[in-house]
Design a protein around this ligand. Structure first.
Ligand code: G3H
Length: 256
């Protein structure tokens, strides 16, 4: 029955919060692997939490992915605030343009009346390109913004899927595999203990910058993401809020 379902979800939220050592966990009913509408519900909850930060926090860095796109759809136009600044947390990946951080940042800004800072670079840079980019004033400006970020909103990927999607070199895929990478976020690959085992050379936000942000929303659902979520949260900053679904939550609790 409905009340029992709700109390079951609340119990899961409590268990996960203490297991992961973070400030808040929201678990939406059912599993987005089976029911696409569950991803919209995750997006809706994340949008409400993010909007609650608007009066206090203006600089918001966002990554890409379908879950991030779901938030953007749910942002309400009556929370408009022209002082908001949405910052693409990373460059472009080899993925659908609608799911890139730049597109997501632009659409958050469009929905809320805020401004946008995009990072129109490939996410993955060669050493030479990286050295050169770091001297470019527009890139330096992005680095400063990442340093001042108030809120980071990001998805969590399955390491192997992301590595393949990014058309990584065979050598890189090998390093990611042999390092035992399970999850990926903002160009960092984490093993099942949450240790960074590989990182791409990117002009995007750095892990230290994410971890010092006053607020972090991590959003990922579906039982297929459970291992990745657990891996990422082994070492996530305590101020991180997880928004997920029952499918992922149940699987995480089974795995631990
Ligand atoms: O860029 C990929 C994200 O880390 C996860 O993507 O929300 O589409 O599963 P997703």
């Amino acid at each position: 029955d409905f009340m029992r379902d709700v109390s079951g979800l609340i119990a899961m939220e409590k268990q996960l919060k203490s297991l992961l050592g973070i400030s808040k966990v929201l678990v939406l009913p059912q599993d987005s692997d089976d029911i696409p509408a569950v991803k919209s519900n995750i997006g809706k909850e994340a949008a409400r939490l993010l909007e609650a930060f608007f009066p206090q926090y203006k600089k918001i860095a966002v990554t890409g992915g379908s879950t991030m796109a779901a938030i953007s759809k749910e942002l309400s136009s009556d929370k408009r605030d022209s002082l908001l600044q949405f910052i693409a947390a990373r460059g472009g990946l080899g993925e659908d343009v609608l799911h890139q951080a730049n597109t997501i940042a632009s659409s958050f800004a469009g929905k809320t009346g805020g401004s946008v800072k995009t990072l129109y670079l490939p996410d993955h840079l060669s050493e030479e390109a990286y050295e050169m980019m770091m001297r470019e004033p527009v890139i330096k400006e992005m680095m400063d913004l990442y340093d001042q970020t108030d809120v980071v909103v990001h998805g969590i990927g399955n390491a192997e899927e992301i590595a393949l999607q990014r058309q990584s070199s065979t050598e890189e895929v090998e390093r990611i595999r042999s390092g035992g990478a399970v999850s990926e976020a903002f160009g960092y690959y984490f093993d099942k203990e949450g240790k960074v085992v590989y990182r791409i050379r990117t002009a995007g936000i750095q892990l230290e910058q994410v971890q010092k942000a006053p607020a972090i929303l991590a959003i990922a659902g579906g039982r297929s993401k459970a291992k990745a979520i657990l891996s990422y949260f082994r070492n996530a900053a305590p101020q991180t809020i997880l928004i997920t679904d029952e499918g992922a939550a149940q699987k995480i609790l089974e795995l631990t």
